[in-house]
Design a protein around this ligand. Structure first.
Ligand code: RB5
Length: 142
């Protein structure tokens, strides 16, 4: 799969490990930065990632910051984006199955790296259920 990933300084260590993990599985991972632990502004990285998912250059995105909130708030400003937060595997599945999320947000300061990777695997292997959820997600854009 073509996967987009970005973080701020709070998520850069997780991002590096996740890129290696996904690349080893044969996925094509496009890194939108940041690539240092120098303090930075999450929106500078979330916007380009969201654009790439929105225009189909990548199939889905992973956004990582301390809480994931700043990244997700930014990405959700894009009309074609449904960016959702997860902090356990079950929620990572539900955000795909019910919300058809095309971006997964990982709060690096609140989940371990192994759990972050397990959430990504769950997200990637869960299909949108459609049906009543289709009607609901159609009402999200404004
Ligand atoms: C950085 O200190 C922190 O504010 C950021 O990673 C994130 O949690 C913002 O939403």
């Amino acid at each position: 799969m073509k996967i987009a990933i970005a973080s701020d300084h709070a998520g850069v260590q997780y991002k590096t490990a996740i890129i290696e993990f996904l690349s080893k599985q044969g996925h094509e991972v496009k890194n939108f930065g940041t690539d240092t632990e120098a303090s930075c502004d999450y929106a500078d990285f979330a916007h380009p990632l969201a654009s790439s998912v929105e225009n189909g250059q990548t199939e889905f995105g992973i956004l990582i910051c301390g809480t994931a909130n700043g990244m997700l708030m930014t990405a959700n400003k894009h009309k074609g984006i449904r960016a959702g937060l997860a902090w356990n595997e079950e929620i990572a599945g539900i955000v795909r199955a019910h919300n058809n999320a095309n971006i997964l947000g990982i709060p690096a300061r609140f989940v371990g790296l192994d759990l972050a990777m397990a959430m990504i695997v769950k997200f990637m292997n869960t299909e949108f259920e459609g049906g009543r959820h289709e009607n609901r997600i159609k009402k999200i854009p404004c």
